[in-house]
Ligand binder design. Structure first.
Ligand code: RB5
Length: 144
């Protein structure tokens, strides 16, 4: 079976954290679609949120990960697309509940607000928690 593709992108504040999560994803057996940036210069987070959400919209990946300093800018930018449910998570409880209740398809984590282990734990929980459906599907349908 082909490995699931996970898209990932950041801004300059999140590039080191992005590369660390990319390594982890590869170790876990995922194929990573790295949408940049690939160098440390200052960039604008909306450009990279747009690249990742466009890739999801085109079906290149079903799920993605975005990082910036706080995760807030990336969350705001990503959620402008109606098919994106991007969740800014600060710990595994956020990551678990946003999968169970919101069927989040993009995990957003802060590079300046969280430690590497917390980001990794959020990612693992995000990837391995199923959506509960039912009343939660009805609520999602109201946003579609
Ligand atoms: C970049 O300095 C910073 O503003 C950005 O990474 C992010 O935190 C915005 O929400």
């Amino acid at each position: 079976m082909a490995a699931e593709v996970i898209a990932i992108a950041s801004d300059h504040a999140g590039i080191d954290a992005k590369d660390a999560l990319k390594t982890v994803l590869t170790e876990w057996g995922y194929e990573v679609l790295d949408l940049g940036p690939n160098s440390a210069g200052s960039v604008d987070y909306p450009d990279f949120a747009d690249a990742l959400t466009t890739a999801i919209g085109e079906g290149q990946a079903a799920r993605g990960v975005l990082l910036c300093g706080t995760g807030i800018g990336m969350s705001i930018a990503a959620n402008r697309k109606p098919f994106i449910r991007a969740a800014l998570c600060h710990g595994v409880t956020d990551a678990r509940l946003t999968r169970q209740h919101n069927d989040a398809n993009v995990l957003v984590v802060g590079a300046r607000t969280l430690g590497i282990q917390t980001r990794k734990d959020c990612l693992e929980t995000f990837l391995n928690t199923e959506f509960e459906g039912g009343r939660h599907q009805r609520r999602i349908d109201k946003m579609s």
